[in-house]
Ligand binder design. Structure first.
Ligand SMILES: C[S@@+](CC[C@H](N)C(=O)[O-])C[C@H]1O[C@@H](n2cnc3c(N)ncnc32)[C@H](O)[C@@H]1O
Length: 291
């Protein structure tokens, strides 16, 4: 009797053992996780991350089984939250569209896809998410920058072989995001949304090291000094409410002054995005903790 085996049908791509960010995001916290590890609280009720970006801290806590049943991630970038929702709910359709983008990728194609928002082309949620991920993987440094009309304006990057489709990362992220609530929102909404016992990790756009080196245009509206002050007020009010709060920011005088009544731990980060000399190499950052 001879046995016949089917052709190998599974993907030969390496499967990441763990969930991790599916986007490149300025300020990504992947490199700081080991230093943060000592500070995460052992017990808490719900997990809330109001400036989720690439979500490195969320995925890290998920991988180590430390997340409770209720998790809420939000960000005021609508395209970003749409991408998260599509990864959670329609990952197969998304993978199909990214495979198309991968096949067609060229300089001309990049600018055609980038132009779709200027031409007001109506896209479905899954098409919008595929566009966002495609542009993120092929644009200059993975930046997300829009003009005052909200139109994406980052030039193409010079990657030889950009990883437009990484199925295993998308699939793992999709699993991690099941049951997670994903909202477009401003951090000030936490004043009513957060409750005693919640753990809230804040990773806002950083206070610039020098005001000219700033890259704070994550969305059409900049994050300025008044936003930093409002954020420190939110942090203080949530502390009084009994929430466990942890916040990353630069180690500037302004930030140390705003959070002077809290514990400020120093961590060290490698910075590559700022063109200013201060932004390169190992630089000090603050990790502000209220517990
Ligand atoms: C430093 S990034 C977060 C990086 C992220 N923790 C990671 O590991 O990739 C800051 C995020 O805050 C978002 N953001 C900016 N202003 C905001 C606001 N007023 N409310 C909520 N989110 C905001 C930006 O869209 C951006 O995704």
């Amino acid at each position: 009797m001879s046995l016949s085996f089917p052709e190998k049908s599974f993907s030969t791509e390496t499967t990441p053992k763990e969930a991790k960010p599916f986007l490149k995001w300025v300020g990504g916290k992947q490199q700081l996780l080991a230093q943060y590890e000592a500070y995460f609280p052992a017990e808490f009720n719900r997990y809330i991350e109001p400036f989720v970006g690439g979500g490195a801290v969320f995925f890290h806590l998920w991988n180590s089984n430390r997340l409770p049943q209720h998790v809420c991630l939000f960000d005021n970038n609508e395209e970003l939250i749409n991408a998260y929702r599509v990864v959670r709910d329609q990952v197969d359709a998304l993978i199909g569209l990214l495979a198309e983008h991968k096949k067609k990728h060229s300089k001309d194609y990049y600018y055609r896809v980038r132009r779709l928002d200027r031409e007001n082309v109506d896209l479905t949620d899954v098409e919008r998410a595929a566009r966002t991920i495609y542009l993120n993987k092929t644009c200059y440094n993975g930046l997300y920058r829009v003009n005052s009309k909200g139109q994406f304006n980052v030039p193409m990057g010079s990657y030889k072989n950009p990883r437009i489709l990484y199925e295993a990362v998308l699939a793992a992220a999709s699993v991690a995001l099941q049951n997670v609530s994903l909202e477009v929102g401003d951090f000030r909404q936490l004043l009513t949304a957060a409750q005693k016992g919640d753990f809230i990790y804040f990773d806002p756009p950083y206070d610039p090291l020098s005001k000219t080196a700033s890259f704070t245009s994550y969305t059409a509206s900049n994050f300025g000094d008044q936003d930093q002050r409002d954020l420190a007020d939110v942090f203080t009010t949530l502390t009084e409410k009994g929430c466990l709060c942890m916040l990353s920011n630069s180690y500037t005088e302004f930030i140390r002054e705003l959070y002077k009544s809290f514990k400020i731990e120093v961590v060290y980060a490698k910075r590559a995005v700022n063109s200013d000399a201060n932004g390169r190499g190992n630089i000090k950052e603050s990790l502000i903790i209220n517990f």
